[in-house]
Design a protein around this ligand. Sequence first.
Ligand code: ZN
Length: 83
Amino acid sequence: MVPISLEDYVKKHCKRNPDENPAQFKKALKQAVKAKKDGATCANCGQEIWALGSAVAFQGCFSCITGEADSSVDYEIDEVCWS
Ligand SMILES: [Zn+2]
């Protein structure tokens, strides 16, 4: 995963999604980060969740949200990034 700060990702996401409310998205992202810190696991497979994806989709791991195994080029919030 590519680490990105929460602030930077909110900016990036809202630039790409002009309809998104930045304050609301930031709140969702913070909640997902907190959930991951608290040890939340994927509802599907029990793996550690992907905080960034969980903020936009559902609480799950990278593979279950995207259907892909390779997470090397995707972002994750730096404070919960595992690699
Ligand atoms: Zn999963």
